[in-house]
Design a protein. Structure first.
Length: 452
């Protein structure tokens, strides 16, 4: 009998201990919690009570879609980030509890916190869309770090079923800062309805906004008969036997069709200037009357041939223009160009900067405006392997855009500030060098505002 009573007492004691373990009675002091609003949520700062049984803290709340959210933080940290919100809110309820090593929670304490507008909301609230030359222009400002994406659509014709639909033009990740984007719709229309949708980092659509009847600014391409080409520094190399000269800037060959698959050391069919072209007028265009500039395009020859002459090399025949081309067309292409405008070309003080383009001369070839040009990069990736492929290939050009609210000018001076380094990183007198700073351009196109 005594043994039975002893066993019962031990069993009751064991049950009492188990009951004590399941009743984790320490609660989180509210004064140990504080909140800081951030875009799309809040940061909760905490200080855990000094108790060895406490392993971590847990927060429960509902996001902007009503979804239950749980966040946990250990004793090794002092903050938690609570996300899942779009428009700024105040007084969002949350329950905070403590947990021990057995994942048993204390009684929760009720707290509230506030949030700021998320990045996708701020983006749409600050987004400006305005007409641009043959396109439209997006400008926005996201003042704080954010996560999310934006999708740009326009209302057009679905190419499959021929019905009116919203067609995706572009998607991009939202990042902090002031940025801009030029969008060119694939379908030509007198006006566009632009639809912009944003989504959060979880893929939920956050907000949508529509800009109606945005009409691109109309432009006219100037024919070579509409202007005069001036070469004040006599930089253009005129050599009919090798098909070099200023006339090739305006012959309509944007991609290099005239010398496709040419295996000789001649027939360049392009414009080549030099030596010492940098920092001086490469050429001046006289439009014969004042016009509002819209855009200038400087084209590069696509990778259509592998026969540019090599530079001086012991034991080999010196080739005409080999010292210039050095087997590498790419190092004669401009990386930095400034266009100036004037209405009195003889008055040096009258020239004003109209537009500018800049890339680091040593930038990786895949980031260059002319990455697909002749000898610009990997042979297998960019070489045009058939004339049919050349017909469907997109041309490669530097785009020098001018502001729609700019001034009208008659004269435009083109100044090359720098040329690209060899895309392979290897330069010597035989291959890749351009010590005398020659410049080549495949074609020049000039666009001005359309005049009614």
């Amino acid at each position: 009998m005594k043994r039975l009573i002893y066993i019962l007492l031990v069993f009751l004691g064991f049950c009492s201990c188990q009951n004590d373990d399941s009743s984790f009675e320490i609660s989180m002091p509210v004064e140990n919690l504080s909140f800081r609003p951030i875009p799309g949520g809040a940061v909760m700062y905490y200080k855990l009570p000094s108790d060895q049984d406490i392993l971590y803290i847990r927060v429960r709340y509902k996001d902007s879609f009503g979804k239950d959210m749980i966040c946990s933080g250990s004793y090794a940290c002092d903050s938690l980030t609570l996300l899942g919100f779009n428009e700024a809110q105040t007084g969002i309820s949350a329950r905070v509890s403590l947990c021990n090593k057995d994942d048993i929670e204390s009684e929760p304490v009720e707290v509230t916190f506030n949030t700021k507008d998320s990045g996708p909301v701020t983006f749409l609230d600050n987004l400006e869309i305005s007409p641009d030359w043959g396109s439209f222009f997006l400008k926005y400002n996201i003042p704080e770090d954010t996560k999310g994406m934006a999708h740009i659509f326009y209302v057009g014709e679905n190419p499959v079923n021929k019905k009116t639909d919203t067609l995706l033009i572009n998607s991009f990740v939202l990042t902090k800062g002031i940025d801009s984007l030029t969008i060119v719709p694939q379908q030509s229309r007198p006006a566009y309805d632009i639809v912009v949708r944003t989504e959060d980092f979880r893929g939920y659509i956050v907000k949508e906004k529509v800009w109606e009847k945005i009409s691109p600014l109309e432009i006219d391409k100037q024919s070579s008969e509409d202007f005069t080409f001036l070469d004040p520094e006599n930089l253009s190399i005129e050599d009919p036997a090798y098909n070099l000269g200023k006339a090739y800037l305006f012959d309509g060959d944007l991609k290099g069709e005239s010398c496709y698959n040419w295996d000789g050391w001649d027939n360049f069919s392009t414009y080549l200037a030099g030596p010492q072209c940098l920092g001086k007028p490469l050429f001046i265009i006289d439009l014969k009357e004042q016009k509002l500039p819209a855009e200038f395009r400087l084209y590069a020859m696509l990778y259509v041939r592998s026969s540019f002459p090599y530079g001086p090399m012991d034991g080999y025949l010196d080739l005409k223009y080999g010292k210039i081309w050095t087997t590498c067309y790419a190092t004669k292409l401009p990386s930095s160009v400034t266009v100036f405008g004037s209405n009195d070309m003889n008055d040096d003080s009258s020239w004003e900067i109209v537009t500018h383009f800049e890339q680091n001369r040593e930038i990786d070839n895949k980031s260059r405006w002319c990455k697909r040009c002749n000898d610009g990069g990997d042979y297998d990736e960019y070489f045009i392997k058939s004339f049919d492929a050349l017909q469907v290939a997109e041309p490669c050009y530097m785009k020098l855009s001018c502001p729609p609210d700019g001034k009208k000018y008659r004269y435009f001076k083109f100044v090359v500030n720098e040329v690209f380094a060899s895309p392979t990183g290897w330069e010597n007198t035989t291959y890749g060098s351009n010590h005398e700073k020659h410049v080549t351009i495949q074609e020049l196109e000039i666009f001005t505002a359309k005049e009614n």
